[in-house]
Design a protein around this ligand. Sequence first.
Ligand code: G3P
Length: 217
Amino acid sequence: MKFFVDTANVDEISALIPSGLVDGVTTNPSLVMKSGRDFREVVGEICALVDGPVSAEVTGVESEQMIAEGTSLAKIADNVVVKLPLTWDGLVACKALTGEGIKTNVTLCFSANQALLAAKAGASFISPFIGRLDDINIDGMDLIREIRMIYDNYDFRTEILAASIRSANHVKDSAIAGADVATVPPSVLKGLAAHPLTDKGLQAFLDDWAKTGQNIL
Ligand code: G3P
């Protein structure tokens, strides 16, 4: 499973790079607003930091404007992936941009039928929003399982990018359900390494080691 970091904060991304766990980045207009940065500038910086795909979202709502915005965003760097909303116009734009060789991430997906249409439109990634479905008492993980089954039935190459991930369990369950990618807030990514028994065990080893009076170096 690939990990993308779901943030437009360059410092947060930089801090995670040495782990080797950052396979890409996803941004959205809300995350850009939170960063307080100029959109094109921050996308350029992130693309220079990260080798993998960096999603940058259009804000037009009609296909023509989405295509124009997507074409312009794709010129920022080779690893830009144009993020498009899962609307009829978004699908039209996805088809057109895909035809131009531009990578796309179709976002705000809440149903398997929407995901089927995105795959048929040639999307590189589909972003089902797990947490927001859970928020309204619908099991977001069922959606990942359904999309996995449909894509495998027809051998669609569109990658399933589990989004709106809020917890370590969301990551684990997405991996079990067969998502290709999880896009994760930095705090959740770091939290995956944490376990109280690891901390307890490490402390016991350190205490016993101190009693030996030895140093490794
Ligand atoms: O990538 C989309 C994701 O960031 C949305 O997450 O927590 O706002 O539902 P959330």
